[in-house]
Structures are given as C-alpha cells and as structure tokens.
Ligand binder design. Structure first.
Ligand code: KG4
Ligand code: ZN
Length: 335
C-alpha cells in the first residue's frame, strides 16, 4: 500500500511516499531555516506562507523521486495536530484537496505518533509494545506504546520541552537557530562537570519533567558573565547544560524502566539527534539489558516519511478522516 504523506506542523514542508508503513520510496523536505535564522527562531506567519509556496512543488518532487504518479497512491495522509495552527492548516487543506480530487482516503496523523514511527522506518524488526521517550521542540513525553495506535503517557514535562530548553540556552549563548543542533556541536569535547546546574524533580510524579529551572539558571549565568564583561565559555557551559538536560531525561527513563521492565526503549523527536543523549541512553540500556532504538539522524527531525509510516497503521485501524478534518494546535497523543 502506497501512502503519500504531508508534514507541515512547524518550519519544514515535508512530503513522502511510504510503502506498507516501512519502506520509504521518497522523502522530500523544503527547509525554511535560512528564512527564520535572522529572527533566531520560527516566525509562525512566515512558516505558513512558505508552506503554501512550497507544498505543490515538494509533492511533485516526492512523486517523481518515488517513480510514481497520483494514480499509484492508495491513500493520503497529513499531520493534523499538534503544532503551529497556521502551518498545520496548509498541509491539512492540501491533503483534503488531493483527497477530494482523487477520491482517495485521507488519514489524519498525530505528529508525535509520527515521531515514534520514524523508528519503524529505520528498524524493520521493531514492533510494539515498548517504552518511548519522545523529545521534540514542543514536547517531552515518556510513553508506554502498547500497540501501533494505543498509547499511555506515563510522564510529561510540566513546563518547557527538552528541545525548547536547548534552543533557549543556545540563543542566550549567541548560537544561531536551529539552537539545539548548534549547541550540540559547540559543546563537543567540553567539560560536562564545569558548571553545576539544578536538576529538579517533580514531587509525587516520578516520570514528569521540569526544564524551566535549569533554563533560567543557564540564562542567568550567561547574563551575569556578560554584565561583568567576562567571556562566555560556550563549550564548557554548553556541555554542562546538555549534561544536565540529558541527566534528567535518563533519570526518569531509568525510573520507568525499573517500574515497567520493558524489553525495548525507543527514543524519538528532534532532540533524539543529540550526541550526549545517544551516548548516555546507550549506557543506561546496556545496564538494564533493554534493546535501544534511535531513528537515523535524517529521520530525527520533522519529516513526512514518519507520517506516512504511522498513517499505514492508522489506516489499518480504520482511522480515516473526511473533508471536515480540522487542524489542532494542541492534542494529546492518546486521543
Ligand atoms: O521534532 P522536531 O524536529 O520538531 C518538533 O516537533 O518540535 O524537534 C525540534 C527540536 C528543536 O528544539 C531542536 O533544537 C532540537 O529538536 N534538536 C536538537 C538537536 N537537533 C535538533 N537538540 C539537541 N541536540 C541536537 N543535536
Ligand atoms: Zn516534530
């Protein structure tokens, strides 16, 4: 079954063709990084406009690269939530238009379910159940994935997401957007113990996260140094800060491993590209003899192939939409 999938929840216009949920026939992304870089972050209004301009061309290229035409497509899929509402609406309406014009079924996909599914593309042997840590720019979730469309969120952030905490720290250090990636690069080889940052726990919720305290702490440290005219030691501050974020992610994951004793741990979302997280999760999983799965780097960030993968499983469950489908900025993964 060939699914043409569309992703437009943030600043990447992605279109992919995925066969039977696992085989990527094409995956094309029009990146908007150069557009947003001068603002230091994503400007939602600009993102929506660029999606409008790019989406037809990206779809044409995705079909060409797959060596297919619309006639060979069995279903259409789109990310419909969560994300920037104006950006989501472009993909949703384009997909609805294609569905109306071709008479092919339309599969709505939750963005975070897509991130989890990026691992199905990269690991043919991977099947639920498993424990998943989803770490993106807007979300930080520990999830018990019981089946392809059955999720139980067991922990979530109470304030900022891990990606947001990375981005804000990077910006305070003067690193360009996209912050998380540039912070990871700048911190390579730095001393992870050079600066002690707080590691908060959320009372009575062992699996919940809080990143706002450590974010404020690094921003204050940098501002204090700037006021005193001291140089900003980006490499060591960056390494210590990433270490602190990753320590909390690993700590809560360890608590969840102890309680749920999963055979497999899946990590997904943009922050799953982080080199410190990859290293420390590997250590943790080795210690507990849990099989660890990360997506390939090209599928960590937003892409439409992961949406096409998840769409296959949603389709098989009969989760289809009609032309009344709307986008939603906020939606729980288990809804
Ligand atoms: O999943 P994603 O591409 O978009 C959302 O759904 O939010 O995640 C983007 C987030 C951003 O906060 C970005 O800074 C972060 O992932 N990110 C990283 C790295 N690459 C991307 N954070 C830390 N280290 C990286 N190497
Ligand atoms: Zn994402």
């Amino acid at each position: 079954m060939n699914i043409l999938a569309i992703e437009s929840s943030c600043d990447d216009t992605g279109v992919a063709v995925v066969k039977d949920g696992r085989e990527v026939l094409s995956s094309v992304i029009a990146s908007q990084v150069p557009e947003h870089i001068i603002y230091g972050g994503v400007v939602p209004e600009i993102a929506s406009r660029r999606h409008c301009e790019a989406i037809s061309g990206v779809t044409r290229v995705a079909l060409e690269e797959a060596g297919l035409t619309l006639d060979d497509i069995d279903a259409l899929a789109c990310t419909y939530a969560p994300g920037l509402i104006g950006a989501l609406l472009v993909g949703v309406n384009f997909a609805k238009g294609l569905s109306y014009a071709t008479g092919k079924p339309l599969v709505p996909v939750h963005h975070l379910r897509g991130h989890v599914a990026s691992n199905y593309i990269c690991h043919p042997d991977l099947e639920p159940p498993f424990l998943a840590l989803v770490v993106s720019g807007g979300h930080t979730h520990l999830i018990h994935v019981k089946d392809y469309t059955d999720y139980e969120v067991i922990g979530r952030t109470r304030d900022d997401a891990a990606g947001e905490a990375m981005d804000k720290a990077a910006r305070a250090m003067g690193l360009p957007y996209p912050g998380g990636l540039n912070l990871d690069k700048a911190a390579q080889g730095g001393d992870e113990k050079a600066y002690p940052f707080p590691s908060p726990r959320v009372d009575a919720a062992a699996f919940d996260f809080s990143f706002s305290g450590m974010k404020t702490s690094v921003v204050n440290l940098i501002h204090n140094k700037e006021q005193k005219g001291e140089p900003i030691d980006v490499q060591n501050i960056g390494a210590s800060y990433i270490h602190c974020v990753v320590r909390l992610l690993c700590h809560n994951t360890e608590m969840a491993i102890k309680q749920f004793r999963p055979e497999r741990l899946v990590v997904a979302g943009g922050v799953s590209a982080n080199s410190f997280l990859r290293r420390d999760m590997a250590k943790l999983c080795k210690q507990y003899r849990v099989k660890l799965y990360f997506p390939e780097l090209k599928y960590c960030g937003d892409n439409a192939a992961m949406i096409g993968s998840q769409a296959y499983y949603e389709y098989r469950k009969g989760h289809l939409a009609d032309l009344k489908l709307n986008a939603a900025a906020v939606l729980d993964i288990d809804k």
